[in-house]
Design a protein around this ligand. Structure first.
Ligand SMILES: *Cc1c(COP(=O)(O)O)cnc(C)c1O
Length: 438
C-alpha cells in the first residue's frame, strides 16, 4: 500500500491509549488487513487523509453523512447553535423542530423520543415494546445489526459479522435468552410470547440485501396475528431511501421506528418513535424508563434539521437515478472482467460481480455465475469468503477511492457524489479488478 507515514504514526500513538487504536472496531481495518488511514478533513464527496491524499469517500461515516462532508448549511447551523449554548438539561425548541420534521415526513410516526445513537434508539425501542406488550421475547434476523446493546448482540451484522463473532464476550447468556435469531427474508412463526420483531427493512449490515417481495408485509401480518409489535430499524434507511424511508418506499407501516445516522447531520443522534398510544408507555407518561443527559442536544438537533431541510424529494430521486445507472454499469464491467479471468469460489464455480442498489445505497458482492441475488446472511458470508472485496478495497484505495474496510458494509454515495465521481469510480473499480485478476 502507498506510504502513509503520518497515518502510521498516528495509529502507533492511538494504539497506546485507545484499545486497538480505534473508537469503533470496524475502523481498525482488521477485516481487510493493514492499518487505517486517519482523516484530517472532508469536503463534499472527498476526505483528505493525514498524509494529504485525497480520497473519494464512500464511507461517509457509515451513512451519518448524506449531504457530503462540511455542507455549508450544516456548518452554519452547528456554529450558530454553539454560540447559544451546547447543552442545558432543559427542553429546547430545536428538539421540537427536529421531532416535527421527522414525524411530518414519516407517515404513521406520531411521536419520537430523541437519543444520542442508533444503539440507544434500538435498545430503547425494544424496551418500550416489551414494556408496552408485557412480553419478553424478541425476534431479530441474522445479519441485521441493531447496535451493541446486550440483548441485540446476537447474530449481528456489520462489525460483528466482520470480526466473525457470533455475538460478544461479556454478554451473559441470560441477556440474549429471550432473543430469537431468524433467517432474513423468511417470515418466522410468532407466538404470544413475542413482544416485537425488529428488522432492518433493507439489510445494510451484511452487504446490501433487499427484502424479497412479501417479506415486510408478511412480518406485518405475522405481528398483527401474534399481537407483537413490528419495529423497523431505519437507522440507515431512514431519510436516505427517500423522505419517508423504507416504510414509505415499501408501503409497510411498522409500530415503531428507530432512526439515527442521517438525522444527526454528523453529530451523535438517534431517535425512536411510532404510534402515540405506544409512546405513551414511555416515562414520564408511562412506566417504561428511558433517559439521556445529552438527548435532544442543541448542536445535534440543529445539524439534523439543517440536513433534513436540504433533502428535497428531487434530490433523493436524482441521486437514486445516478446510483442506479452506476450500479448497472459497474456490475457489467466487473462481471466482464471476471468472466475473462474465470475466477472461482471455494466450491469451484465461476464468480460474477453483483452491485445491488436500493435508493442511493449500493453493495458489492461476488456470487457463483447465474445464482440468484444474495438474500440472507449465509449468502453474504459466501460472498465475503471469496476475498475479492478485500482485494478490491485495497486496490481502489491505492487509486484514491475509499470503500468501507469490510465486505459486510455498504457504500454511501452522498448528494455530493455527482456523475463525474460515479464515473470515476467505475473506471477505478474496473482497473482495480484488472489488477487483481492479472
Ligand atoms: C449503525 C446502526 C445502528 C447503531 O447505530 P450507532 O449510532 O452506531 O449506535 C443500529 N442499527 C442499524 C441498522 C445501524 O446501521
Amino acid at each position: 500500500m502507498a506510504e502513509r507515514p503520518a497515518s502510521e504514526a498516528l495509529f502507533a500513538r492511538a494504539t497506546r491509549v485507545i484499545p486497538g487504536g480505534v473508537s469503533s472496531p470496524v475502523r481498525s481495518f482488521r477485516s481487510v488487513g493493514g492499518q487505517p488511514y486517519f482523516v484530517s478533513r472532508g469536503e463534499g464527496a472527498y476526505v483528505w487523509d493525514a498524509d494529504g491524499n485525497r480520497l473519494l469517500d464512500y464511507v461517509q461515516s457509515y451513512g451519518a453523512s448524506i449531504l457530503g462532508h462540511t455542507h455549508p448549511s450544516v456548518v452554519r447551523a452547528v456554529a450558530d447553535a454553539a454560540t447559544r449554548g451546547t447543552t442545558f438539561g432543559a427542553p429546547t425548541e430545536g428538539e421540537v423542530m427536529l421531532a416535527e420534521a421527522i414525524c411530518s415526513r414519516v407517515a404513521g410516526c406520531d411521536q419520537v423520543r430523541m437519543v444520542s445513537s442508533g444503539t440507544e434508539a434500538a435498545m430503547s425501542a425494544v424496551r418500550l415494546a416489551r414494556g408496552h406488550t408485557g412480553r419478553s421475547r424478541i425476534v431479530k434476523f441474522a445479519g441485521c445489526y441493531h447496535g451493541h446493546s446486550d440483548g441485540l448482540l446476537a447474530g449481528g451484522g456489520s462489525g460483528v459479522a466482520t470480526l466473525g463473532l457470533p455475538d460478544s464476550a461479556g454478554v451473559p447468556a441470560a441477556a440474549v435468552s429471550e432473543t430469537v435469531v431468524a433467517p432474513y427474508n423468511l417470515v418466522p412463526d410468532l407466538d404470544e410470547q413475542v413482544a416485537c420483531v425488529i428488522v432492518e427493512p433493507v439489510a445494510a449490515n451484511m452487504g446490501l440485501v433487499p427484502p424479497v417481495d412479501g417479506f415486510l408485509a408478511g412480518l406485518r401480518r405475522a405481528c398483527d396475528d401474534a399481537g407483537a409489535l413490528l419495529i423497523f430499524d431505519e437507522v440507515i434507511t431512514g431519510f436516505r431511501l427517500g423522505p419517508g424511508g423504507a416504510s414509505d418506499l415499501f408501503g409497510v407501516r411498522p409500530d415503531l421506528w428507530c432512526f439515527g445516522k442521517v438525522i444527526g447531520g454528523g453529530l451523535p443522534v438517534g431517535a425512536f418513535g411510532g404510534r402515540a398510544d405506544i409512546l405513551e408507555s414511555l416515562a414520564p407518561t408511562g412506566p417504561v424508563y428511558q433517559a439521556g443527559t445529552l438527548s435532544g442536544n442543541p448542536l445535534a438537533t440543529a445539524a439534523g434539521l439543517a440536513v433534513l431541510d436540504e433533502l428535497s424529494p428531487d434530490a433523493y430521486s436524482d441521486l437514486a437515478a445516478r446510483v442506479s445507472d452506476f450500479g448497472k454499469t459497474l456490475s457489467e464491467r466487473m462481471t466482464d472482467a471476471l468472466s475473462g479471468a474465470q475466477v472461482t469460489g471455494s466450491d469451484g464455480r465461476h464468480l460474477e460481480a453483483r452491485v445491488p442498489v436500493v435508493g442511493p445505497l449500493f453493495g458489492l458482492c461476488f456470487v457463483p455465475v447465474g445464482s440468484g441475488p444474495v438474500r440472507d446472511y449465509g449468502g453474504a458470508g459466501a460472498s465475503a469468503a471469496t476475498g475479492l472485496y478485500t482485494r478490491l478495497f485495497w486496490s481502489m484505495l491505492e487509486r484514491g477511492v475509499a470503500l468501507a474496510p469490510g465486505p459486510y458494509e455498504v457504500a454511501f454515495p452522498s448528494m455530493a457524489h455527482d456523475s463525474a465521481e460515479l464515473e470515476l469510480t467505475v473506471e477505478v473499480a474496473t482497473s482495480a479488478m484488472g489488477e487483481i485478476l492479472a
